[in-house]
Design a protein around this ligand. Sequence first.
Ligand code: IMP
Ligand code: MG
Length: 178
Amino acid sequence: MLQHIEKIIFDEKVLSKAVGKLGAEISRDYKNKNLLMISVLKGSIVFMSDLIRNITIHCSIDFMCASSYEGGIKTSGVVKITKDIDIEISNYDLLIVEDILDSGITLNAIIELLKNRNPRTMKICALFDNPSKRQANITPDYKCLDIPDEFIVGYGLDYKERYRNLPFVGTLKKEVCQ
Ligand code: IMP
Ligand code: MG
């Protein structure tokens, strides 16, 4: 697997520091709230599991699965919600945890769905933001790191369902992802 990596963009140390800082910020902001963190599967699982361990207040978690990518490197534009949350959200302050906010098409569909269930508040937290690719009118309320306009893998992010288990974030060699 490692031989497929072209270059490392963020190593474990950088990721851990950025996620720790974000966890502290969220803990401060949600001190007097009823925090429910919703992880958008599958890409955000590594980020989510590191982030919740940096939250120092009570928080609940749930998971949702939606995707506008079909395993390749470009968005298909069609959003499929394949797993919904279990928790009734009207008493919660929602924080949607996403891996990359890219076109925003996936997140837009999720936001619309959850808005109809009247949560107390709803905010977005993204590990990475790629504003140059945005199509929907969304900006993250919290974000960890800015990324170059390149296709990246690792730390939960995949290419054709692989590389999610890399502890760092990097780019793939051209011959691997063409
Ligand atoms: P969008 O915002 O609807 O375009 O889709 C964003 C989703 O596509 C993210 O949550 C990721 O799962 C996936 N994605 C976008 N860019 C990348 C990338 O560079 N590497 C791996 N997955 C990506
Ligand atoms: Mg994804």
